[in-house]
Design a protein around this ligand. Structure first.
Ligand SMILES: NC(=O)c1ccc[n+]([C@@H]2O[C@H](COP(=O)([O-])OP(=O)(O)OC[C@H]3O[C@@H](n4cnc5c(N)ncnc54)[C@H](O)[C@@H]3O)[C@@H](O)[C@H]2O)c1
Ligand SMILES: O=c1ccn([C@@H]2O[C@H](COP(=O)(O)OP(=O)(O)O[C@H]3O[C@H](CO)[C@@H](O)[C@H](O)[C@H]3O)[C@@H](O)[C@H]2O)c(=O)[nH]1
Length: 493
């Protein structure tokens, strides 16, 4: 990966840094760079994107993504040391450090289809930088990439290096979670920086550390070799997802035995070797990262001729699919084995609370399964745009008859309107407002018997049963004296 000795410029940028560029103004690029701009007022941060629409949204009053705390930071820094632009040429030319923060989705065609990460946008960035740069640059992989991706980036940079520019590539994966991005960026568990074990690589690491050190203590900044850093990102997501699949697998055992998965989670989480986080049983994990990164890890393991390792991680994904399907089937079974022509309310469409992001949301699978059975759906989410829900549910992954789906779904902006005349409420996202709703009022508006399926274990089941609801949740068999046993129900007595 080293540059040749006769490169025209030998000096890589070092502290103090005055200009940073980030390619990709998405869920990572936007919040990450906003926090860098906030914490490093002397550094000019420019975020560029190919999407004119996204850039104009970042420059408007309505930002393209919802994240608690983000708007305040953008308003404070925008136009001072934080800029959103489509002029990649200028930003790249001027910057000493260039972050690549573009999307790396699962490939949809060709080699590794459905599993490998598609690096076309990352490669595009490398080509873009190589075509523009006239001075030495530190190029930072912020996107999640397969292990060894830095090697490919360097190859592209070197092969197109007309100006004799010197580059150093660092891996600096992002660990923020959506909904808590700003909190995670301001006070991260750690910052990971991987670089080459050469004097030049170490200098590049020190330079990036200089930025993070503005607000993050040295002890929290971990430096490793490039490959450890790249692999650690995939490994962290795989381990987190594995915990959710593990507790979800146990939720099925709880339902079959009378154990309560919340009690089991609490009991095992108190073991300091296990820890209490990420043991919340649910309808299944969603989001743009877990499945994509697990699939990528599985693919890498197969390519490395490690089939047993690949199968091990594949099971984490399989368990997640099982959980989403199991929950959907339970709804159908409890509603007397048919939802055909029945209207149901979906509460929550985002993949988790405090975000408007619907990528890989379990709500899509639940809605698809219910629509396939002929259900009509009233959908309410406080942050997801109507157009996004329609786009998700009419995509080719969900249906081959989008017009029929459009006729079967209705999107609401008021949750109380959404429940009128419906047989059941299905909670797919753990929005706080679902906990505090007036369920007496809601019950009266619904068809009886009224059902509530809590896919997030957030509402008070006993209280709802007292209101009159038939309540079904995950990982717990709810007892209710006198409640009629539903045909085929596996969760009620
Ligand atoms: N979303 C998360 O919470 C999260 C967290 C950690 C890491 N990651 C990783 O970070 C990366 C980015 O994720 P995201 O969620 O921000 O994606 P995103 O889709 O929200 O944003 C990516 C942006 O890059 C732009 N882009 C693509 N190619 C470009 C190019 N050649 N030039 C300029 N702009 C270009 C796209 O238009 C888009 O706006 C992914 O690799 C992802 O796995 C995401
Ligand atoms: O105990 C839990 C915790 C989470 N979830 C679900 O798991 C999914 C992912 O949640 P979370 O990890 O909080 O959000 P993400 O934004 O997807 O963040 C993950 O993916 C990011 C992208 O790589 C990483 O940067 C983060 O560290 C990693 O947590 C969501 O559907 C959650 O509802 C559960 O079902 N049970």
């Amino acid at each position: 990966m080293e540059n040749s000795d006769n490169d025209r410029f030998s000096e890589l940028p070092g502290p103090p840094i005055s200009k940073i560029c980030c390619i990709g103004a998405g869920y990572v690029g936007g919040p990450t760079m906003s926090v860098i701009a906030l914490k490093c007022p002397e550094v000019q941060v420019t975020i560029v994107d190919v999407s004119k629409e996204r850039i104009s949204q970042w420059n408007s009053d309505k930002l393209p993504i919802y994240e608690p705390g983000l708007e305040e930071i953008v308003k404070k820094c925008r136009g001072k040391n934080l800029f959103f632009s489509t002029d990649a040429k200028k930003a790249i030319q001027e910057a000493e450090i260039i972050f690549i923060s573009v999307n790396t989705p699962t490939k949809t065609s060709g080699n590794g289809k459905g599993r490998a990460a598609d690096l076309k946008h990352v490669e595009g960035c490398a080509r873009l930088i190589a075509g523009i740069a006239t001075s030495c640059k530190i190029v930072v992989e912020k996107s999640t990439v397969p292990v060894k991706a830095a090697e490919s980036i360097m190859q592209v940079l070197k092969a197109n290096n007309k100006q004799g520019v010197r580059y150093s590539i660092l891996s600096n994966p992002e660990f923020l979670a959506e909904g808590t991005a700003i909190e995670n960026l301001i006070n991260p568990d750690r910052v990971l920086i991987g670089g080459e074990e050469t004097p030049e690589g170490q200098k590049a690491i020190e330079t990036l550390c200089w930025i993070y050190n503005k607000w993050i203590p040295k002890e929290k900044i971990l430096t490793t070799n490039t490959w450890s850093s790249e692999l650690s990102k995939l490994a962290a997501n795989a381990m987190l997802a594995q915990r959710i699949s593990s507790i979800n697998s146990l939720s099925a055992v709880c339902e079959a035995t009378g154990a309560d998965v919340s009690e089991v989670g609490r009991a095992i989480g108190l073991d300091s070797r296990i820890g209490s986080k990420f043991l919340q049983a649910s309808v299944g994990f969603g989001g743009s990262c877990f499945q994509k990164d697990l699939l990528n890890l599985v693919y890498i393991c197969e390519k490395l001729n490690l089939p047993e390792v690949a199968q091990y991680w594949q099971k984490v994904i399989d368990m997640n699919e099982y959980q989403k399907t199991r929950f959907s089937q339970k709804i159908i079974e409890c509603l007397f084995n048919t939802v055909s022509e029945k209207r149901l309310t979906i509460f929550g469409f985002a993949f988790k609370k405090n975000t408007g992001d619907t990528r890989e949301t379990p709500a899509i699978t639940v809605c698809k399964n219910l629509l396939d059975e002929g259900a009509k759906l009233n959908i309410y989410d406080p942050k997801v745009e109507k157009s996004q829900i329609i786009a998700d549910l009419t995509s080719t992954r969900v249906t081959d008859n989008p017009e029929e789906v459009k006729k079967s779904i209705e999107i609401f902006t008021d949750p109380y309107d959404a429940v009128v005349g419906t047989h059941a409420i299905v909670i797919c996202t753990e929005w706080d407002e679902f906990i505090e709703m007036d369920y007496d009022r809601i019950y009266k508006l619904m068809i009886k018997p009224a059902y509530l399926f809590d896919g997030r274990k957030i509402v008070n089941h006993e209280e709802l049963q007292n209101v009159g609801f038939h309540v079904i949740t995950i990982g717990k068999k709810l007892n209710r004296p006198g409640l009629m046993r539903s045909v085929g129900s596996i969760s009620q007595q």
